[in-house]
Design a protein around this ligand. Structure first.
Ligand code: ATP
Length: 378
C-alpha cells in the first residue's frame, strides 16, 4: 500500500523557502488534507505533486515509481482548482469530457462517459447547459466530474469549497467525501479550514512555515496535538504558562498535575493546553491542584453549547458546556475552574501560541516547527 511518497521535497523561490525538506506518505485510497494558515506552503506542495512546479530538491514517487521528472500531462492526476477553471464557451458535457477529447476518444464514448460522471456527481440532465447557466455548487460538481474523466490515479483539490457559501460548503464536503470513498481514490485536499479537513480527511497534515507540525487522524490532531501551534490552530484551547515542578507545572503559585506526569526538568518553561470543553466549573470556592478560582465575566449560548469566561489570577479561562446544563452561572459569580489531569497537554514554552492563534484567524503563517519526519509526528 505505498501510495504517493514525497522524500526530502524542498521548493525555494529566490530567498523564499516555500516548502522545506518534507517527507510524507499519502496512503493509497485515502483522503489527506493539507491544512495550515495562508502562506504555509500547501499550494506549492500540491503543485509539485501535480507536476506544475519542479521541486528544488527531493523525489516524488507513486506506487514505487519515481515520477519527479514526469510532466504534468503524463501523470494522470485529476485536479480541481479554487476557481474551478471551467471553459465558458463549452457545454457541461464538453467540459467534463475535455481530457478525453484531447486524448482522441471518439464522440459517442465521450458523451457516454460524461453522462456517467454527471450522474455520479448528481448532475444528470445538465449535459447541454452552458457553464454560465449553473450555480456555484453545480459548477463545482462539473469541475469534479471533469477531473475524474480520465480515471486519475490521484485526485488533487486546491481549496475546492472556497467559492461556495457556508451551508453549501458543508453539504459538498460530505458529498465529496462519500464520492471519494465510493471511488476509493487517493485524494489530497488543500484547505485552511479545519472543519473542512476534519469532515473529509482520513489523515490531516498540519503545515506551518513550509514544514509540517503533525500528521494524524482528525481525532488524534484534536485530542493529542503534538505542539502548541497545533493545539491553537485546531479548535480552541486555554493556555497556561508555568515552570515544571516534580512532574507537574507551577503556574504562578498554582499547581497543575497532569496524567501521566510531566517529564520536563524542574524549572523549565512549560505551557499547558486544555480544551474549553474539558474545563469544568463549580460554584464552590474550592482551591487545590488543577483548580483556579475566578469570577465569571462573560457568558454566551452558541446553539448547543454555552461558553463561560472566567477571570482568574493567571488570565481568562474559557469553559464550554452543553447549553442544556442545568447549573446556571451568572456574571460576577465566584467559581472554581477544574482542569482534569488527563485533559492537560504539556508543551515546552518555546511556541508563540498567541501569535499562532492570531495568524490562524488572520490567515497568516506562523508557529514553530516540531518535525518533518512522518514517523516522529505520527
Ligand atoms: P494560501 O492558503 O494563501 O494559498 P499556501 O499555504 O498555499 O497559501 P503557498 O501559495 O504555497 O502557500 O506559498 C508558500 C510561500 O511561497 C509564500 O510565502 C509565498 O509567498 C511563496 N511563493 C509561492 N509561489 C511563489 C512564487 N511563484 N514566487 C515567489 N514566492 C512564491
Amino acid at each position: 500500500m505505498p501510495g504517493l511518497v514525497l522524500a526530502g521535497i524542498k521548493k525555494t523561490y529566490g530567498q523564499v523557502t516555500a516548502v522545506d525538506n518534507i517527507d510524507l506518505t499519502f496512503p493509497k485510497g485515502k483522503l489527506t488534507a493539507l491544512l495550515g494558515p495562508s502562506g504555509c506552503g500547501k499550494t506549492t506542495l500540491l503543485r509539485m505533486i501535480a507536476g506544475l512546479e519542479d521541486p528544488s530538491r527531493g523525489t516524488i514517487s507513486l506506487d514505487g515509481n519515481d515520477i519527479t521528472e514526469k510532466p504534468a500531462n503524463r501523470r494522470k492526476f485529476g485536479m480541481v482548482f479554487q476557481s474551478f477553471a471551467l471553459f465558458p464557451h463549452m457545454s457541461v458535457a464538453e467540459n467534463v469530457a475535455y481530457s478525453l477529447t484531447i486524448a482522441g476518444v471518439d464522440k459517442a464514448t465521450r458523451r457516454a462517459r460524461a453522462e456517467e460522471l454527471l450522474d455520479l456527481v448528481k448532475m444528470a440532465g445538465f449535459e447541454d447547459r452552458r457553464i454560465g447557466q449553473l450555480s456555484g455548487g453545480q459548477r463545482q460538481r462539473v469541475a469534479i466530474a471533469r477531473a475524474l474523466a480520465q480515471k486519475p490515479d490521484v485526485f488533487l483539490l486546491d481549496e475546492p469549497m472556497s467559492a461556495l457559501d457556508a451551508q453549501l460548503r458543508e453539504a459538498m464536503q460530505v458529498e465529496l467525501r462519500l464520492l471519494q470513498q465510493k471511488l476509493d481514490i487517493t485524494t489530497i485536499v488543500v484547505t485552511h479550514d479545519q472543519r473542512e479537513a476534519m469532515t473529509m480527511a482520513d489523515q490531516i497534515v498540519v503545515m506551518s512555515n513550509g514544514r509540517y507540525e503533525q500528521i494524524g487522524s482528525p481525532s488524534e490532531i484534536y485530542h493529542r496535538p503534538a505542539s502548541a501551534f497545533v493545539a491553537s490552530f485546531i479548535g480552541k484551547a486555554n493556555f497556561l504558562k508555568g515552570k515544571a515542578k516534580d512532574g507537574g507545572v507551577d503556574v504562578s503559585g498554582f499547581l497543575f498535575r497532569p496524567e501521566p506526569a510531566a517529564s520536563f526538568l524542574n524549572g523549565s518553561a512549560v505551557q499547558i493546553a486544555c480544551r474549553p470543553e474539558n474545563v469544568s466549573l463549580s460554584s464552590a470556592d474550592e482551591i487545590g491542584p488543577n483548580r483556579l478560582a475566578g469570577t465569571v465575566t462573560f457568558l454566551r449560548d452558541i446553539g448547543p453549547t454555552r461558553e463561560v469566561y472566567v477571570e482568574t489570577p493567571v488570565g481568562t479561562v474559557i469553559c464550554e458546556m452543553p447549553a442544556s446544563t442545568e447549573t446556571v452561572f451568572s456574571q460576577g459569580e465566584t467559581v472554581s475552574a477544574e482542569f482534569p489531569p488527563h485533559a492537560l497537554r504539556l508543551f515546552p514554552d518555546t511556541d508563540d501560541v498567541a501569535g499562532a492563534q492570531s495568524r490562524s484567524d488572520t490567515g497568516e503563517g506562523g508557529g514553530s516547527i516540531a518535525s518533518n519526519k512522518q514517523d516522529v509526528a505520527a
